[in-house]
Write a protein that binds this ligand. Structure first.
Ligand code: PEP
Ligand code: MG
Length: 548
């Protein structure tokens, strides 16, 4: 019998913190179905039956989805699901799938994989973009069918047990929503970059997270116990008794100093020369909000609406959005709450919007571009926010603004809906400055907005042409480079009276705060666990001294 050996592995810390507990290994499903599963002749009818049942299920789901999307978002989008439904019921496809099962004696799932890959490749080789898009539709349908055949209705991460250390290869932004409710203790990844959404999520949830641990999945067993020290980027599997004693001592010391910092964070953050800097929280769920209040947040500086869409099968309507947001923000009473309109596209895909197929999605229909293409989606959100503004100090943030027209169109829609709903006091509207173009032409954008907030995560991605999710280009992704500060400073010089805030990860680095404040930024929004640290850093600074 082999017993597991004590082992210390190193990686890059994406989110600091200490945690200890049992390991849960999460392997992606795709690897499990690589080899075709053979059947005997007598099982052919059973596989036909399974195939028909799964097809019917998917077809019904798609019909429901199309109806809901048509009602709540856009009829153009609904057409995509109608088209998917037609493909899945195509008699030629059905014949080919049956033939694959009977001739090659493989089960329905293997047949779906083989046949639909063949179809997909045929489309992907075609000249026209429309045909190539169809290839992606087939890919999507293939996954749906394979999942239905495997009886998978849950997202696999919904099965992660509570209070464990999740060990996996990588996390997609849409995975994180399933983790939000699972109360994991820490996350260990083979791959992951510091500006990825999974990393932001971990920081916001105060979940220690270490990435870049090669062959992690191969070298760890589900039975292991682990000590995760994400302050140093180390993890000890199967620790010795002395490791545990030393680790627990470190945890106690850290908890004591954190509770002191929290105590002090309750008050406002004033620089030595008396300038008040608001320190807001980045939140997207109730857990964040509660923690934000405990940590002394002056309000919410960035409410990412994506989380409200990611966990669902269809888009919420205004009333649902209103209620869900209200539940999350109500602990803030009369404090500022900056809510960002849905920012989807590129690395942030929503399950029921996964038909977005673009060759270069980071430069495609992201954020406001997507919302302007599907005005019903925008209007649903604005209605909910207008209703919320009757009870809260809500401010609206527009994601991924590049030109003034983006802001103008939102402003016009907001005013139109306010008139319809008879909301007299229109909430303040702000532009996220997260593309170089927005910073460079902030003056023209300023005509339509009341404030601006720098999203330095995307700004850095676009300034350095370095994908924030791609570890291979991490060395180019430097959000505290001179190039970034130059854009911040220039925007302030061009618009000295425009209220400027910063809600990218840069705002959460104590050592950068002096430089950030010198760029005229008067409010910061950070992951909730960082609020006490950032307030502490502000109190040590003098703006007049740093200007001099
Ligand atoms: C940013 O880009 O800096 C930002 C705050 O938005 P997100 O990270 O959600 O893209
Ligand atoms: Mg962004």
């Amino acid at each position: 019998m082999s017993t597991e050996q004590r082992r210390v592995l190193h990686g890059t810390s994406l989110s600091p913190g200490l945690a200890e507990g049992p390991v849960y290994l999460y392997k992606h499903l795709s690897g499990l179905t690589d080899l075709p599963v053979n059947i005997e002749t007598k099982q052919i009818d059973e596989e036909y039956f399974n195939l028909d049942k799964a097809t019917l299920k998917i077809s019904d789901d798609l019909e429901l989805l199309a109806a809901k999307v048509e009602e709540e978002i856009d009829s153009k989008l609904a057409e995509v699901f109608v088209a998917h439904q037609m493909i899945i019921n195509d008699s030629y496809l059905r014949k080919e799938l049956r033939k694959e099962i009977s001739l090659n004696l493989i089960n329905a799932s293997s047949a779906v994989k083989v046949v639909m890959l063949r179809w997909e490749q045929r489309f992907l080789l075609m000249e026209s973009q429309i045909a190539r898009d169809k290839g992606d539709d087939i890919h999507e349908l293939s996954n749906r069918l394979q999942n239905a055949l495997a009886g998978i209705t849950l997202h696999p991460l919904e099965e992660v047990p509570r209070n464990c250390i999740l060990v996996t290869s990588r996390l997609m932004p849409s995975d994180t929503i399933f983790l939000a409710e699972r109360s994991s203790l820490a996350i260990l990844l083979e791959h992951g970059s510091s500006a990825s959404h999974a990393a932001l999520f971990a920081r916001e949830m105060a979940l220690p997270c270490i990435a870049g641990i090669p062959d992690l999945l191969k070298s760890v067993k589900s039975t292991s116990w682990a000590l995760v020290d994400s302050d140093c980027g180390n993890v000890t599997f199967c620790p010795a008794e002395e490791d545990k004693v030393a680790f627990r001592k470190k945890v106690r010391i850290k908890e004591q100093s954190l509770s002191r910092a929290r105590e002090e964070a309750r008050g406002p953050a004033l620089t030595k020369d008396g300038v008040r800097i608001n320190v807001h929280a980045n939140t997207s769920c109730l857990t964040d909000s509660r923690q934000a209040i405990r940590n002394g947040a002056d309000g919410i500086g960035l409410f990412r609406m994506e989380m409200l869409y990611m966990a669902r099968k269809t888009a919420p309507d205004s009333q649902e959005l209103f209620q869900q947001i209200k539940d999350i923000i109500k602990v803030f009473n009369n404090k500022h709450v900056y809510i960002r309109l849905l920012d989807v596209g590129a690395d942030k895909q929503i399950p029921f919007m996964d038909f977005l197929v673009e060759i270069n999605p980071a430069l495609g229909q992201r954020g406001i571009r997507y919302l302007l293409r599907y005005p019903k989606l925008l209007e649903t959100q604005l209605r909910a926010l207008l209703l919320l503004s009757l009870e809260f100090d809500v401010r609206i943030l527009i994601p991924m603004v590049t030109v003034a027209d983006d802001a103008l169109r939102v402003k016009e829609t907001l005013h139109k809906l306010a008139a319809e709903l008879q909301v007299l006091k229109i909430p303040k509207l702000g532009a996220m400055i997260e593309t170089p173009a927005a910073a460079l032409q902030a003056v023209s954008i300023s005509e339509y907005v009341d404030f601006m907030s720098f999203g330095t995560n995307d700004l850095t991605q676009y300034v350095f042409a370095a994908d924030r999710e791609n570890v291979m280009v991490d060395q180019y992704f430097d959000d505290s480079a001179d190039a970034i500060f130059r854009l911040l400073k220039m925007t302030h010089e061009d618009l000295p009276h425009m209220p400027l805030s910063l809600c990218g990860e840069l705002a959460g680095r104590p050592e950068q705060i002096a430089r950030v404040l010198q760029c005229g930024i008067t409010s910061l929004s950070v992951a909730t666990p960082l609020i006490p640290l950032i307030k502490e850093a502000i109190r040590k600074l003098s703006l007049t001294a740093s200007h001099g």
